[in-house]
Write a protein that binds this ligand. Sequence first.
Ligand SMILES: Cc1cc2nc3c(=O)[nH]c(=O)nc-3n(C[C@H](O)[C@H](O)[C@H](O)COP(=O)(O)OP(=O)(O)OC[C@H]3O[C@@H](n4cnc5c(N)ncnc54)[C@H](O)[C@@H]3O)c2cc1C
Length: 346
Amino acid sequence: MTETIHKTDAIIVGAGPVGLFAVFELGLNDMKVHLVDILDKPGGQCAELYPEKPIYDIPAVPVCTGDELTQKLMEQIKPFNPVFHLGQMAEKLEKTSEGWKLTTDRGTVIEAKVVVIAAGGGSFVPKKPPIKGIEAYEGQSVFYSVKKMDAFRGKNLVIAGGGDSALDWTINLQPLAAKLALIHRRDEFRAAPDSVAKMRELVVQNKMALKIGQITGLKGEGGKLSAITIKDEKGEADYPCDMLLAFYGLTMKLGPVASFGMAMEGELIKVDTSTFETNVPGLFAIGDINTYPGKMKLILSGFHEAALMAKKAFEVVYPGRKYRFQYTTSSSDLQQKLGVDSGKAA
Ligand SMILES: Cc1cc2nc3c(=O)[nH]c(=O)nc-3n(C[C@H](O)[C@H](O)[C@H](O)COP(=O)(O)OP(=O)(O)OC[C@H]3O[C@@H](n4cnc5c(N)ncnc54)[C@H](O)[C@@H]3O)c2cc1C
């Protein structure tokens, strides 16, 4: 098999919201981008974990869902024609005389002057409840995330967990489900107090049930669930249901990025906050994956980091060129790049 080597200016590892916005900032500064993501779609956590949940703290966007934010970012970066390598793990990173060579687990090779790690929490996988035989039901009756709320319409649904995801989905799916029960091992929750209060109110109104105990078994046939076995202080009993949504948290696996040679603090990459470069020149880290004093794991923090990263990346990619600070509002040069040249720029 002949190996195709892609050549570009910048490689972004991770097509989450921050990786996507980095395409925009790099594009405004004349840098072409290839992105690699292990997920089969762009959007990172927004697309995978909460596509239909509302986000309220994106500047100037009072509310949008995880999916809507992803779509808007994809629309915003369209003028820069980024190349996506989805469903692939960025596995090996090597220094070359020109810059960097990245190889994925599917054998894709990309060479670039700079590499931007926007790997979020790493390649995340949901933690599974320790229930024997659960695999047989996965994808049909047992789920670890909500891709389409409608899949739960009219179902006899059990949600397991005590964190924000479990509580949020309890509140969001209760109006859709025929019957809903939340099960948690104790009567205390690690979720926002407001969500807990809303859930308890639904219980008082008899609109859902709250079960305190642990799921010890699943009953059903051919992947179709008919009941779960719940163990509580009184013993074990079956509880009829046809769908189980389990939120036992995520395993954040940094994965291969840990071997890329950057200084780390635990599972996070240390950066210089004036450039978001790591201790390795030409390697940058933005978004949830990085750490610095005062870091807040918010999408808006990652957007800011992308802008500063692009400024330094420009110096690496174009060592002879002078960086020019410009506004998109008034620069005809930037507007041309965006394909919105109005001819009215000052
Ligand atoms: C339920 C929930 C609600 C949230 N609500 C808000 C909110 O209201 N406001 C807010 O600002 N933030 C919110 N967040 C946090 C927000 O989603 C994150 O801050 C944001 O997604 C970080 O973006 P990112 O691009 O850095 O990383 P991510 O979104 O995590 O994307 C990283 C991507 O990198 C990929 N990846 C990692 N390693 C590799 C590899 N080696 N090879 C290939 N691909 C790789 C992953 O598959 C992933 O797609 C919420 C998070 C959750 C879970």
